[in-house]
Design a protein around this ligand. Structure first.
Ligand code: PEP
Ligand code: MN
Length: 349
């Protein structure tokens, strides 16, 4: 890594950052141009890029062979409808697994709104494991989502399952979801990147953090208006839960990129009593937002009923998550440097 400076700029703050991260440094000069080089072999430094770029006097941060240049240099919150995601506030997306009918969706939207959610979620095109399961209402589902979200002054997120439906989903939604099963479908990623709406990118349940970030790189490289990453649980040998919420992966992603990070504890838990502890753990690990399924009467939900929260559970959950979020923000004021040092001293495998 080489950090290029404006002539006359002070290199010491850059050197300090690099040394704190466990790297050696050397000043390099080419005529008027001064640079600070991280001395090899140095620990992984990609996560430092946004921070270094924001220091006074920095012209550019050059990283040789960075496989994810756009993901590692992406900065700042993502604009969804008329609000920002990842601006330091916790964002909630609440709603049913699938849009089933107008009445139930309205009840979900009202409960989401009163619990402080900004987004109404709901599947219109459902990627189901069995071809005989309810596949969603399709275009009608999108229309219902839009109308009811507008009534309740919420934004809408829904999944696009193919490159052929992504335009239609983007027309009705403020945030387009790419689901876990589609995370690595590059034609879909390429189309979604051009849909004009920001993307919520779920992590595939068999994908490493690097593969997940590479999918985000496809979106950014294709011109996506913004990308929010969402951890939703990965496959492990544990079969007591539906998936294993990877809080370590969430924290690792936070080190690699400044893109906003969401977690979906519902699909990881697979059962109602686990949603709350997983939600709190995700917030503690650095999530900027949560996607949570809910239903007015989970026992008659047409999909994912066992993990759907009752509507009156949303408000207390949101309060608890906000408390953890505030606690984490307070701790991190005195924390970042230690965290970076510890991370860089871990030996690479
Ligand atoms: C969903 O959010 O509706 C969904 C199907 O999630 P995932 O892609 O994470 O399984
Ligand atoms: Mn679901």
């Amino acid at each position: 890594m080489i950090v290029l400076l404006h002539p006359g700029a002070d290199p010491r703050p850059i050197e300090k950052e690099l040394v704190n991260a466990g790297s050696g440094t050397r000043r390099v000069r080419d005529r008027e141009q001064l640079g600070v080089e991280a001395l090899p072999p140095h620990p992984p430094l990609h996560h430092l890029r946004p921070r270094l770029q924001s220091l006074p006097g920095v012209v550019a941060v050059l990283i040789a062979d960075d496989p994810l240049p756009k993901v590692t240099s992406a900065r700042g919150p993502v604009e969804v409808a008329d609000f920002l995601v990842g601006d330091g506030n916790l964002t909630f997306a609440f709603g049913p697994c699938a849009v089933e009918n107008e009445e139930d969706l309205r009840l979900c939207a009202r409960a989401a709104r009163s619990a402080g959610a900004r987004l109404l979620r709901g599947g219109a095109f459902k990627p189901r494991t069995s071809p005989y399961s309810f596949q969603g209402l399709g275009a009608l589902g999108l229309q219902l989502l839009r109308r009811i979200a507008d009534e309740e002054k919420l934004a809408v997120v829904s999944e696009a399952t193919s490159e052929f439906s992504v335009g239609e989903v983007a027309e009705f939604c403020d945030l387009v979801q790419i689901g876990a099963r589609s995370m690595a479908v590059t034609p879909l990623l390429r189309s979604a990147a051009k849909c004009g709406k920001p993307i919520l990118l779920k992590r595939g349940f068999g994908a490493t953090v690097d593969e997940w970030l590479a999918a985000a790189e496809y979106l950014l490289d294709g011109g996506a208006r913004g990308v929010i990453l969402c951890e939703r649980g990965i496959r492990s040998f544990e079969n007591g839960t539906r998936a294993t919420l990877d809080v370590g992966g969430l924290a690792l992603a936070r080190l690699r990129t400044q893109l906003p990070l969401f977690a979906d504890p519902s699909h990881a838990a697979g059962m109602r009593p686990l949603v709350r502890p997983l939600a709190l753990a995700a917030v503690a690990a650095g999530a900027d937002g949560l996607v949570i399924e809910t239903h007015p009467e989970p026992s008659r939900a047409r999909s994912d009923g066992p993990q759907a929260l009752h509507l009156d559970e949303l408000q207390p959950l949101a309060v608890a998550c906000r408390a953890v979020h505030e606690g984490v923000a307070l701790c991190s004021q005195s924390w970042p440097k230690t965290t970076l040092k510890q991370q860089s001293s871990a030996s690479p495998r």
